[in-house]
Design a protein around this ligand. Structure first.
Ligand code: ADP
Ligand code: ASP
Ligand code: MG
Length: 452
């Protein structure tokens, strides 16, 4: 059996959901059972819900309530279209009750004027929780025996609200009890991605784009033979299509390459997606809902050593570079430990590190604590920061054994001022740090050199 995860644009409206239904039907006919279905919120809904919470928390209740009504209308309209029959009453009643509750939360937040991360998760999770109900009913209406599974009972996480980490053992047990048992009973389990709950039952979310991660967790939990990520592009592309006009489809990728590309900005895959798949060695396939006949991108454990010299490019914007210079003449041992302890204290991940005799430069993506971090670092070092920087990352298994590829990457970028260059021990990627303004040009140069 397979897991099929459908992203926001693949469930955006009734016609998208009808395509989903046919994709599910085909998988079921082919495999004789399943599949397990994981859905995102309809596209734009998570943003809208976060907007509702923000407006409510700053006492713009009217604005927030107007947005709630728009969301209510969008869901009820889709429900009428997809489930016109007798089942509509129950579905519409459920949606209506949920949006009434959301409106009540908005009024309460207007009084409190404060939105805690825990409340934010309750609001953000609604997109997936409601859409999974809607898709379940639509599948049933189309003659497929589907059953809604509450993601809050299937994905068990810690309490790091808005970016919670799943607890694997508990989650696997919960998934077997919920999702697997539904498949074994001959039905199609449908659950919302992105959402989980703590062991105490508080709703959590896995971070933006986290439905991919849910899909992979379900795949690992039920030991699926394949995890399919259905989205709005043909697969993993050689570069971000929003930067490069006609990137190539990457037909095959290794887990390691996919993890690097996702971590360094290829939005088509949430960076944590690969972990559960690696653990159980389950292939991941990225497919296009608009063109289901395509072959997509297949991600497996095998290194992809026969294709192009590089496998793909990825980039991250809005990166901050922090330069830390030891105030002693030389970098005494213990210096790096003290530096990284500060980042650990603020739970801020460092992406790229380069060092010289007396200084260390790092990049961070999460800017929330940069000021506090620099403040603490300046107790024992000179610190300066630079914003509006970007990371550009070239990935490929062949970089490991063919050092001339890395040399070519750097020489292609010779006119671009590079702030840092880094190649890690895995030697599967080479990453450069540059000014954000230089990113499109640098990306273009690299793409022409390696992919045209
Ligand atoms: P979904 O809602 O299905 O999860 P996302 O918007 O999260 O879809 O991810 C798909 C988008 O990722 C694509 O539409 C594309 O713009 C973007 N993207 C960025 N880099 C890449 C890449 N290397 N390959 C494919 N898509 C990419
Ligand atoms: N709906 C969530 C988001 O927009 C999760 C996802 O779609 O993967 O971030
Ligand atoms: Mg996504």
């Amino acid at each position: 059996m397979v897991v099929q995860k459908f992203g926001g644009t693949s469930v955006a409206d009734p016609s998208a959901i009808r395509r989903l239904i046919e994709i599910v039907r085909q998988a079921r006919t082919r495999d004789g059972r399943g599949p397990a279905v994981v859905v995102s919120a309809m596209s734009g809904v998570t943003d809208a819900l976060l907007g509702v919470a923000a407006a409510a928390g700053t006492a713009r209740s009217d604005d927030a309530l107007a947005r709630v009504e728009q969301l209510r209308e969008r869901h009820l309209t889709a429900a009428r279209d997809l489930v016109p029959g007798a089942e509509n009453a129950a579905l519409s009643a459920h949606l209506t009750e949920a949006f009434d509750q959301l409106a009540a939360v908005v009024r309460a937040l207007g009084v409190l004027r404060e939105v805690s991360p825990r409340t934010l998760d309750v609001v953000a999770a609604m997109g997936e929780l409601l859409n999974s109900r809607l898709v379940t009913a639509a599948l049933v209406e189309a003659g497929i025996p589907a059953e809604w599974v509450d993601a809050r009972r299937a994905i068990v996480t810690n309490d790091d609200h808005t970016r919670a980490a799943p607890q694997m053992r508990e989650t696997n047990a919960a998934l077997r009890a919920s999702v697997l048992s539904v498949i074994e009973a001959g039905r199609v389990p449908v659950l919302g991605g992105f959402v989980g709950a703590t062991p105490e039952g508080h709703t959590t979310t896995l971070g933006r784009g986290g439905s991919d991660y849910s899909g992979a967790l379900v795949g690992a939990g039920i030991d699926a033979k394949e995890i399919q990520i259905w989205t709005d592009v043909d697969g993993m592309l050689s570069a971000d299509p929003r930067i490069i006009k006609s990137p190539r489809l990457v037909p095959r990728l290794s887990f390691a390459e996919a993890a690097e590309l996702a971590y360094f900005g290829a939005k088509v895959l949430h960076p944590s997606t690969i972990l559960p798949a690696v653990e159980r060695n389950i292939p991941v396939r990225i497919l296009n809902t608009m063109r289901p006949e395509g072959t997509g991108t297949l991600i497996t454990a095998e290194p992809s050593l026969d294709g192009t010299p590089l496998t793909g490019l990825a980039s991250k914007r809005d990166v901050t570079v922090i330069d830390i210079t030891s105030t002693r003449m030389l970098m005494a041992y213990g210096f790096l430990r003290r530096v990284f302890e500060v980042f650990e204290r603020f739970r801020t991940a460092v992406d790229v590190v380069t060092t010289s005799e007396v200084s260390v430069s790092v990049t961070v993506d999460d800017r929330r604590y940069v000021e506090a971090i620099t403040h603490q670092l300046s107790e024992f070092a000179e610190v300066s920061t630079e914003q509006e920087m970007a990371l550009l990352c070239a990935v490929g298994d062949r970089l490991r054994d063919e050092p001339e590829i890395a040399a070519r990457v750097v020489s292609v970028l010779e006119e671009v001022p590079l702030r840092m260059i880094s190649q890690a021990a895995s030697r599967r990627n080479i990453t450069v740090v540059l000014r954000q303004a230089d990113l499109p040009h640098a990306m273009q140069r690299l793409h022409e050199e390696f992919f045209s």
